[in-house]
Ligand binder design. Structure first.
Ligand code: 2P0
Length: 351
């Protein structure tokens, strides 16, 4: 495997205005959470995390290079991005251009099927699709590991959406190395037994969150007295999770995921000032998950930087779980996801 910083840019592979490149990527939900960075610019996490990629809510992103343009153009669901969101994409394109030795501006057109900024992993699918499409458009020949490192620079959780099924994102070594490839922070597939889990996604509120996960993570690391203990316990959770996945033991996977997520939210509640993503409908759904378990249905909850709840269960129980969750949060909507594919380039005929 060649490290990405040694790749010589191949200008003949750069796709100009006519062609460009397009890619699709799916969101992932962390079963062992990423919460806290040790380096904000390089997007290096403090702990390892592990996720399941979903088979719903993909993002599709087109990148066209325009030799005439003076600025990048970025649209999300057909609407031009502005401010910080636009700058985040441009900073990412600069990184790709630097590696490709190109100064060409790009037109980026991204379509989400997942509500943006609602804690449903839109930045994971978004930056994974952008990494695959932009690197192809600029003629970089990156393997999956290098794509994962690149996607990480856009949004940490995007490193995991390069891969399908279950993926671990390694925190890597302490900063100080000269190149990203030396830092060891990338995702890779995790060996998993044959089993058929579903994630029932209870969307109790699809609106954007009040506090960005970036800001919330920073505040938690800097001020929460519970952060250190959670990060330490997450290491043990990861070991237990890998073993549970190897056995295909859904109960163990669910128990570990639930305790890891509740612990992460506890760190936020103890931040100063507190960050609270969990709302009254969130707690109603959590109560319904406990009732399901009491009734003998294996179901376990995990929540991210938002009020929505993802319930892990056997695929064969998914309809029942979806029904119970739907009546617990009548104002929301419920989606059922299974194990999804990794990010990939779209062929000409698929765009
Ligand atoms: C995760 N989350 O592991 C965790 C759990 C939310 C809670 O990754 O700052 O959008 O772009 O690296 O990836 C959400 O954070 O953050 C996230 P940045 P990201 O899925």
């Amino acid at each position: 495997m060649r490290p990405d910083h040694l790749h010589a840019p191949d200008r003949s592979r750069e796709h100009g205005a006519a062609g460009g490149a397009a890619a699709v990527a799916h969101p992932n939900i962390a079963l062992i959470k990423y919460w806290g960075k040790r380096d904000e610019r390089l997007v290096l996490p403090r702990t390892d995390s592990l996720s399941m990629t979903l088979d719903i809510l993909p993002t599709t992103t087109h990148v066209r290079l325009d030799p005439e343009a003076e600025h990048d153009e970025v649209t999300l669901d057909g609407v031009p991005l502005e401010g910080g969101a636009r700058q985040r994409v441009i900073t990412f394109l600069e990184l790709v251009r630097e590696r490709a030795g190109s100064s060409r501006r790009a037109a980026v057109d991204s379509r989400n099927t997942v509500p943006t900024g609602a804690g449903l992993a839109s930045s994971a699918s978004g930056f994974a699709a952008l990494a695959v499409a932009a690197s192809a458009a600029y003629g970089l020949d990156l393997d999956a590991t290098a794509l994962s490192r690149l996607a990480r620079r856009g949004s940490g959780s995007a490193s995991r959406s390069i891969f399908g099924d279950f993926a671990i994102w390694h925190a890597g070594r302490p900063t100080g190395s000269a190149t990203d490839a030396d830092l060891g922070s990338y995702a890779e597939p995790v060996p998993v037994a044959e089993f058929d889990p579903a994630l029932v996604v209870a969307v109790v509120n699809a609106g954007p969150k009040d506090v960005s996960s970036r800001e919330a993570m920073r505040r938690t690391v800097e001020t929460s007295p519970l952060y250190g203990p959670w990060a330490a316990s997450s290491e043990g959770d990861l070991v237990d999770m890998r073993s549970a996945l190897r056995r295909g033991d859904l109960d163990a996977v669910g128990e570990i995921a639930e305790r890891n997520a509740l612990g992460m939210h506890a760190t936020m509640l103890a931040a100063r000032p507190a960050v609270r993503y969990l709302s009254a409908p969130t707690l109603d759904v959590l109560d319904s998950v406990l009732r399901l378990r009491r009734d003998g249905v294996p179901a376990y909850a995990t929540m991210d930087a938002g009020p929505n709840v993802k319930v892990l269960c056997h695929r064969t129980d998914a309809d029942r779980v979806a029904g119970v969750v739907r009546s617990a949060a009548p104002g929301g909507s419920v989606l059922v996801a299974g194990r999804g594919p990794g990010a990939r380039l779209l062929a000409e005929g698929e765009r």
